[in-house]
Every structure is written in C-alpha cells, then in structure tokens.
Design a protein around this ligand. Sequence first.
Ligand code: SF4
Length: 240
Amino acid sequence: MPSARGKRRTGAPTHGRTGKGGRADTRTHGRTAQKRVGPVIARLKKRFPEAGCSLQHADPLELLVATILSAQCTDARVNVVTQTLFRKYRTAGDYAAADPAVFEDEIRSTGFFRNKTKSVLGMAAALLARFGGRVPDTMEDLVTLPGVGRKTANVVLGNAFGKDEGVVVDTHVARITQLLAFTTQSDPEKIEQDLMALVPRPEWTLFPHLLIHHGRAVCMARRPKCGECPLADLCPSAAS
Ligand code: SF4
C-alpha cells in the first residue's frame, strides 16, 4: 500500500482545474464538504461495487503481516509473496521462530526486506510475549507492536475485525481528498482527523478502498479523467 508521507497539497492546478481566483470553489454550488461527502460516497459505491481490501488474508495475523509487507509495494506483489508465505507460517510462533536470513529471502521481492523482516518477526515475538500469540483488536494495543503504526492498525481493525476506528490515508486517499477539498492538510494523521470529522463512521473502512479504486481507474495522479468522472460536478478541482 503506498505511503502518503511528505506529499504536498495536490489540489494545485496541475491540470487546469482550479483556474481563476477561486472559481473552482464557486463550482461547488455552495455545497459544503459535509454536504458533498454523502453523494461522493454513494457514487463511488455505485461505480466500484467491488471495492474492498485487496490484500489476501484469512485471519487478522495474515492481514497484519500482509499490511507490513505492503509498505512501498503493490498489493498484487504482496499477494504473490503471501500465497507461499502463509502456507509455511501459520501462527505468531511460526514467525517468531523463523530464521531471519531465510525470511528475508522469502519476502525479498516486496522491497525493504530487511526492515520488513525485523518488523514481522519482532511483531510476532511481541504477540507471543504480550498477547498470547493473538493479534489484539484495539488501536491502543496494536500500535505497541513493532512495525505497526496507526495506518497499519486501521487496516487490520477495519478489515479483519470489522471495527471502524479510523480512516486509512495512503497516497490515493491523501491526493483525492485534497482535490475534493475534504482537507487542506498534507500530514496523513491530520488528513485522517479531517476525514473522521467528515465521513460517517460506518464508512470509515470502505471509504479509502473506494478512493483507491477511483485513484487507479479515474482520478489518476498524472492524468485525472475528469471528463468521465462520476464526481465531476461535486469536485472543486474538476477540469473544465
Ligand atoms: S477525476 Fe474526478 S475527482 Fe479527480 S480531479 Fe477530476 S473531477 Fe475531481
């Protein structure tokens, strides 16, 4: 899953959309972000009914491992690696007992394999030492695990435990919520706070999946297809 770290506000007119003296703001038809967010979600649900977690997993531990491996890597590549990995490692004890050199080789193609090995093996050891080998289901506990930050914890809580505790902010989510004027922040945690105030809580887990699909298919970073975007009349950044 791509990171949102260090991105500037991408609502800047890279494709001629905000134009003259705030004209784009008036094109929101006076509707506030609060009023636009509901229709935005409804239209994205209609356009991407298949949206959901694309990291293959059968339980919280598998999703936690897959999410750690997904940093700076595509979900498709992670799925290739975990297809084999999850057959060999089934419990926290299996990971904690792994030979780091062997594990590094097994996950090498996901990139940053040394750091990821430290995180996964350290996380597993912490699960054994402090949580009876089970993945905890609270934000407070999850972020105490090595290699697990708020974003990873949000992925696991939302998609493995069905708990809407926060909004995952990756590069697509950061970029598109800026374009939609749902936030003016660039720091992922501040963007998340804005989105938690705006998006209805039951949608917190699905919302980023919808935006990720939208970012891949329509609102691409370099060439957003505003002409065929189902959000064009709701988007202050739509190219005219
Ligand atoms: S593709 Fe859609 S969401 Fe993206 S900038 Fe254009 S109108 Fe806005």
